[in-house]
Design a protein around this ligand. Sequence first.
Ligand code: PMP
Length: 293
Amino acid sequence: MYFNDNTKIFLNGDWIKASEAQVSLYSQSLHYGIGVFEGIRSYELPGGETSIFKAREHYERLLYSAEKMHIVVNYPVEELTRITYRLLEHNKLTNAYIRPLVYLGNDMALAPTKETHVMIAAWEWKPLLGKELLRVTISPFRRPDPKSCFVDAKVTGHYINSLLAQHEAKARGFSEALLLDGKGFIAEGPGANIFMEKDKKLYTPPKGNILPGITRQTVIDLARNAGITVEEKYFTPAELKEADAAFFTGTAAEIVGINSIDDQKFKKDYNTSLGATLSKLYSQLVRTSEITV
Ligand code: PMP
């Protein structure tokens, strides 16, 4: 799925075959989960060109995540963006998912090592048509305490929390988990931010216990431009269950409607909810965005 014999990746300044790329078993990232990454989408525009959606925001977040983890990345945002466009050309990709990863060299000590590797891979991403509404459950796993790690950084090791939550939700027959923060308020999904709709207004948890999603910010901007009120505030699982509708946002899945929380269905038909309206606006925006290199 991710690569074939012809796939090229960018690795530390070189273009190499994905099938020939190697990583050391002594990499500190493999042992301790210290690495930073991004998930980015590119889209084919009506004229046939390829546009990477919000490349600047994604690469700024990558460099922010690296800085928080004391990882030095010697590529500025503009260069990372240019490299990514070349990566798409090399692999003849238009609608793609792009995965930059910064990982570290050989070191078993519990201090960030200086040897840094920058890898960027991409693979085809087919539009998810007729997305099914999600059956969500409140996870017994909580998001990491912001005093324990930088929850707003996209760090590889943080994702064990997402994996545990998702596995537990699936094991109980649900399609997706929803995690609370340390105080018991709704935080986010394993790989997506959440919005709820109540009386024609939108609510989403504030920054602090979440990964501040680029899609989340785009949806806030789109909603406000369309005259929809969006409030960033804490809310409980009980308040969420009493909402009219809800949806997840994230780069890969874009906007996905939620059918129920712990089998309690939302009152509104998702197709008539603000989530459905914003989903259409988002879909138009990503396919008309200017190319910025
Ligand atoms: N929260 C988490 C934990 C995530 O992994 C993601 C995906 N990057 C998001 C939220 C959504 O972020 P974005 O919209 O930037 O993809």
